[in-house]
Design a protein around this ligand. Sequence first.
Ligand code: ADP
Length: 469
Amino acid sequence: MKIFHISAECYPIAKVGGLADVVGALPKYQNNLGATSSVIMPYYDNAFTQKNNFKSIYESKLDFNGHKIGYNILKTKAAVLDFEVYFVDIPNLLHKNYVYSADDTDRFLAFQIATLDWILSFKDLPDIIHCHDHHTGLIPFMCQESFKYKSLNTIPVITTIHNAQYQGWFGYDKLHLIPEFESTKTGLLDWDHCINPLAAAIKCAWRVTTVSPSYMDELKQEANGLQDLLQHESNKCIGILNGIDTAVWNPETDHYLDHKYNIKTLEAGKLANKLALCKTFNLDESKPLITFIGRLVHEKGADVFPLAIKKALEDENCSVLVLGSGHDEAEQALLQLKENNTGLYNVFIGYDEKLSHNIYAGADFLLMPSRVEPCGLNQLYALRYGTIPVVRSIGGLKDTIVDIDKNEGFGISHKEVTVAQIYKAITRSVDLYNKTTIFKSIRKHIMTIDHSWDVSAKAYINLYQSLKK
Ligand code: ADP
């Protein structure tokens, strides 16, 4: 089975969030199951592309906005890639030192058109086209409706929604950029009087998946305006929980860690990592280390959790370390907390892959007070590194973390995103830490929970197979 994943992000090439982690792992696990799964993504000007050599395997011109724009399909032999990745290089549009920007409509439309033009040139068409998020949301529509891609309309197209908050909306003034189709079909692109690529994908894809079952249920209630559409299309919608790449996220082999460990050396290994982290960030290592890693945005509760941390720090019974970047107010609030809490609190504003691995390894607890969490990968990485997740029970967090008060529970959860509830969850974490025997047995247990991609990769393959004629 020949599968193409089409995505704006793919780890380790270009990562902004969890989308990259999924697209960087799922093809590898699908290939382990006998499929030929690869990725098509934009060629950005970033650390990965600067470090590796590329060769052009296809060269053509794209009709775009009344111009002919040259593009190349590139390949690399970079050793870190476990599967084939094809890079769409459109110099003036995609070839930038960022993934997302204000002119994304033109950039990703050109990317999608170049991708389909290239696929059109194949002798052997793929068996499955798997699109990810709104940046590739017009592909299901174009495969079905654009005259020029008529020969692709028998290929099953799947869309996975990693985050329904972002939908790629644009105005009708750009309608002419989409390759020609019957004018009566414009409604397939429309949602609330503008062109909505995610809505178009939900309408036109053969199947729509979300990255956890609970997130699918939640989206049918509230999906930033698309809830009615998802309810209407519910017979083609399914939630498949993400896995994690256990080769990349393995404390025993993680090249970012100075102190590697496994389940047998867990206590000593975590202590060594905690000591190193506390030394670097001037934190009291005798206290439970509570951490946060992620985008500092409303979805992640970043407007509220700094206040809960402030309150917890007043009790002086935990240390806190935050890694993230995002909204100015949240960054400022977190930076300000440093003033009165030297030795108990620190924050690193920015994106740092190495530090994130070191935090998963050295932390005792990881906070995820999310308002929305489609799947959430951080809690799964935390489990694998023996760090207890403290989560708001929503979306994928609800599907993966069982509260310690429940039978066989191993995490701490709360229902609402309020200062009081996040603070309470932190105090429960401190209490748990102080019950040393239970605390140690829980962290040993969580390292054994299997969230590898094996199961989910199979679920996607089964879904594809159900669509083959
Ligand atoms: P989302 O995609 O909504 O941001 P996920 O939980 O699905 O959230 O994935 C987040 C991924 O991004 C994880 O791999 C996490 O470790 C990583 N991450 C988020 N923020 C940072 C940061 N500031 N530095 C390093 N890694 C980060």
